[in-house]
Design a protein around this ligand. Structure first.
Ligand code: HEC
Length: 153
C-alpha cells in the first residue's frame, strides 16, 4: 500500500466542511421521469414476457448472465428512482406522494430480487408492480383536462 494518497485523502476529509444538509433535488420531476425512471422501467419490462411476431413467439427473459445482470441493474435504478422522488422538496409535500414513491421503490426491490434469482415469473410479476406504481402516481398527480373521458379515481 502506498501511504501518501491515503494521507492526502485523510487531510482532505478533515478539511472538508461537515455538512448535515439533506440532499436537495437537482432534477425536476419531469427530468427524473425522462432520464431515470422511464428508461430503467422500459429496460426492465423488456426483460420479461413474450412478444408475438411474424416468426412466432419470442420470449424476452434473459438467456445470459450479463443480460440478467442488466435486468438487476435496471430494477435498481427503478428502486432508486423511487428514493429520488422521496427526496424532500422533490414533488409535492404530500404523504400520498411519499407513498407512491415508496411503492415504486418497493416494486424496484421486488424486481431486483426476482432478477437476482433469475426467476422469470417473479420478474414478470415485479414488472406489473412497477407498472402499478407508475399508474397510481400518474392517476393522482398528472392533471387531465376537465372534459377527459378518463376519470380521476
Ligand atoms: C411518485 C409519483 C410518480 C411515480 C411513482 C411515477 N411518476 Fe412518472 N410522472 C409523475 C409526474 C408528476 C409527472 C409529470 C411531470 C411534469 O410534467 O412536470 C410524470 C411524468 C412522466 C413522464 C413524462 C415525462 C415527460 O418528458 O413529459 C413519463 C414518461 C413518466 N412519468 C414515466 C413514468 C414511469 C414509466 C413510471 C413507473 C416506472 C413513473 N413515471 C412513475 C409522477 C410519477
Amino acid at each position: 500500500m502506498r501511504p501518501a494518497p491515503l494521507l492526502a485523502a485523510l487531510v482532505l476529509a478533515a478539511a472538508w466542511p461537515a455538512t448535515s444538509q439533506p440532499m436537495a433535488p437537482m432534477l425536476t420531476v419531469k427530468e427524473v421521469m425522462k432520464h431515470v425512471v422511464n428508461p430503467a422501467a422500459e429496460t426492465f419490462w423488456k426483460g420479461s414476457g413474450s412478444v408475438t411476431t411474424e416468426d412466432g413467439v419470442e420470449e424476452r427473459a434473459p438467456t445470459t448472465d450479463a443480460a440478467w445482470d442488466a435486468l438487476v441493474n435496471a430494477a435498481a435504478v427503478v428502486l432508486e428512482g423511487g428514493v429520488i422522488l422521496k427526496t424532500p422538496g422533490q414533488g409535492p409535500a404530500d404523504p400520498e406522494w411519499q407513498r407512491f414513491s415508496q411503492q415504486l421503490a418497493d416494486a424496484g426491490a421486488l424486481g431486483m430480487a426476482a432478477a437476482r434469482a433469475k426467476d422469470e415469473d417473479k420478474v414478470f410479476e415485479a414488472g406489473g408492480e412497477v407498472y402499478n406504481a407508475c399508474y397510481a402516481c400518474h392517476a393522482k398527480y398528472i392533471p387531465r383536462p376537465a372534459n377527459s373521458l378518463w376519470k380521476q379515481p
